[in-house]
Design a protein around this ligand. Structure first.
Ligand code: PGA
Length: 254
């Protein structure tokens, strides 16, 4: 069964108090909503908030994700936070390879191979981000860029490990810019991702794969984008920092 997901990436926003309030608001608004069995809601607060946020949410309705994890298991890696530590705090998923991490922290496919391994070993869901820059789209290169990102970081995985992956397609030009891909642009590349996965693995794995769209999703455009057959939900940045907006986006998928 293909799961639908609305995931909120809080990035480096809110202090602990604000984060706990935001999570509590989302939790209490969700109490009035019956989520279909195939819909998951995820919030990804900063590392520092996870242990606190975890205490104020209903885990049957909201899963916690971290926004990153270390590539190594443990040891002398000052400042790093391991997948195992995050699992111990209550994380059930980890966002990997967000374009901001690729751009500002030089995250490569090689690093992402290791991070994906850590997340899978610790039995969490890897939410693997991919997406092209504006100049790559303008050069007509977006299909290749996305295919390379996915194949370099994930295609060594066994069928059973690959089926644990969630992919988030996030065109860099649409992140935080207010510019959204049109629903046709999103559908076109999501369909391409599914075909690429079917060619590498098989139809069943490709059919069950959850592919999220991310990039300026708001309450006003979510329903339109989510209506496309290969778009299985969204990874939401800015609009996930307001409980009402985030809830409206969740309502758009149910
Ligand atoms: P945005 O961010 O919704 O603010 O564009 C999306 C993301 O970076 O995941």
């Amino acid at each position: 069964m293909r799961t639908k997901i609305v995931a909120g990436n809080w990035k480096m926003n809110t202090d602990i108090k604000e984060g706990v309030i935001l999570a509590s608001e989302i939790d209490s608004e969700l109490k009035n909503i019956t989520l279909p069995e195939d819909v998951k809601v995820i919030i990804a607060p900063p590392f520092t908030h996870i242990a606190f946020v975890e205490q104020v949410i209903d885990h049957k309705k909201i899963l916690i994700a971290a926004q990153n994890c270390a590539a190594e298991t443990e040891g002398a890696y000052t400042g790093e936070i391991s997948a195992k530590m995050l699992k111990g705090m209550g994380s059930e998923a980890i966002i990997l390879g967000h374009s901001e991490r690729r751009a500002y922290y030089h995250e490569t496919s090689e690093t992402l191979v290791k991070k994906t391994e850590q997340v899978i070993q610790n039995e969490m869901i890897p939410i693997f981000c991919c997406g092209e820059k504006l100049e790559e789209r303008e050069a007509g290169n977006h299909f290749n860029v996305v295919k390379n990102q996915i194949s370099e970081a994930l295609f060594h995985l066994s069928e059973s490990d690959f089926s644990k992956i969630v992919i988030a397609y996030e065109p860099v030009w649409a992140i935080g810019t207010g510019v959204t891909a049109s629903k046709e642009q999103a559908q076109e590349i999501h369909k391409f991702i599914r075909k690429t996965v079917a060619d590498k693995y098989n139809q069943k794995i490709a059919g069950d794969l959850t592919i999220l769209y991310g990039g300026s999703v708001k309450p006003g455009n979510a329903r339109d984008i989510f209506s496309m057959p290969d778009v299985d939900g969204g990874l939401i940045g800015g609009a996930a920092l307001n409980a009402d907006n985030f809830i409206d986006i969740i309502k758009a998928i149910i």
